[in-house]
Design a protein around this ligand. Structure first.
Ligand code: SF4
Length: 329
């Protein structure tokens, strides 16, 4: 059976205006030849530091921004060449949950109107049936009918994200792209929202692309994880395989940086050196080479292809068989 979502060679660059000191316009390659599939009912975690292109990838899939080239297939149907009228029925099947629930909810609308709006737009329900459905959706995400008439500012961050989830769920999508849905929340609330997302995934048979900058957040929810660095996927593997034995030095460094609650275990002794380089002028060859403890001459010259290292575990590294030497987790 075809995957629910297939992304092939997706690319997007942006023009960067000249700075205060003049100069030429430059191109920023935000997403560079990205390919992956997501099976029905699966959760793919998409992870990397800020500016790595993960959120842009999510927006390209939903066509909130347009790709330069590549293909996005949803249930086998190519999306990027469809016009607005052709896209409309497909949009119902794909929804997004945003990082900042406050910014994504209209402050002048009551919660009931916010959650019910997609039902109205798509002509799914009206009148009393609309209200009943909204109350049911609120209950699904752990809110009550009392919340129906309130405004977003009366809610906590966690509650607002529950409203965002109810709104996304309203049109019964099959795919949800969750763009850092818990990053703005307190740690204790993060787990509640992730648990809620797992519960509704089972209940509604949802497929997720779950975007995060922190590997620890997506460990338990992801079946597979794609790690991005400066616009490229550098590793893609089952969650189990990636967390147990990463095959790319960048993933290893991210895992080294995850805090471990047990003080008797070593952790974080090899911090990731340096900042993420500018995507306007990324390092040659393997983009990670200036920060990589395994780097050798070839790394600055040749881009390593994303290749199967065995058992469907993909990594883009000339020396992936050596990865593990600097591991502290
Ligand atoms: Fe490091 Fe070289 Fe592998 Fe890139 S290709 S991750 S620089 S060892």
């Amino acid at each position: 059976m075809a995957p629910l979502l297939e992304v092939r060679n997706l690319a997007k660059s942006f023009t960067v205006a000249p700075g205060m000191l003049g100069g030429k316009e430059r191109r920023l390659q935000a997403v560079d030849d990205v390919s992956f599939t997501v099976e029905e009912g699966e959760t793919l975690g998409l992870v990397g530091e800020s500016g790595c292109g993960k959120s842009t990838t999510g927006r390209l899939i939903l066509r909130l921004i347009e790709a330069d080239h590549g293909d996005v297939l949803f249930r086998g149907q190519e999306l990027l060449h469809l016009n607005n009228r052709q896209m409309r029925p497909l949009r119902r099947g794909m929804q997004m949950i945003f990082q900042d629930p406050y910014a994504s909810l209209n402050p002048r609308m009551r919660i009931g109107e916010i959650v019910g709006e997609p039902l109205k737009i798509h002509g799914i329900a009206k009148g009393a049936a609309l209200k009943d459905e909204v109350v049911r959706l609120l209950a699904t995400v752990g809110l009550t009918a009392e919340h129906y008439h309130r405004y977003p500012h009366e809610f906590s961050g966690g509650q607002r994200q529950r409203v965002g989830i109810a709104r996304a769920l309203a049109v019964r999508p099959s795919l949800i792209i969750a763009d850092e849905p818990v990053s703005a929340l307190d740690l204790s609330i993060q787990a509640q929202v992730v648990n809620l997302m797992q519960d509704i995934q089972k209940e509604f048979g949802l497929t997720y692309v779950f975007i995060a900058h922190d590997l620890s957040v997506i460990e338990h929810i992801s079946d597979r994880v794609a790690v991005m660095y400066l616009g490229r996927i550098v590793e893609l593997a089952s969650s189990e395989s990636l967390y147990r034995a990463p095959r790319h030095p960048y993933s290893e460094a991210l895992l080294n940086a995850v805090p471990i609650p047990d003080p008797s275990r070593k952790s974080g002794r090899v911090p990731l050196k340096g900042e993420v380089p500018s995507p306007i002028n990324p390092p040659s060859g393997c983009h990670f080479h200036p920060r990589c403890p395994y780097a050798r001459e070839i790394c600055g010259k040749e881009r390593p292809p994303l290749e199967d290292q065995g058992g469907g575990h993909l990594a883009a590294c000339h020396f992936s068989e050596e990865v593990g030497k600097f591991r502290t987790f």
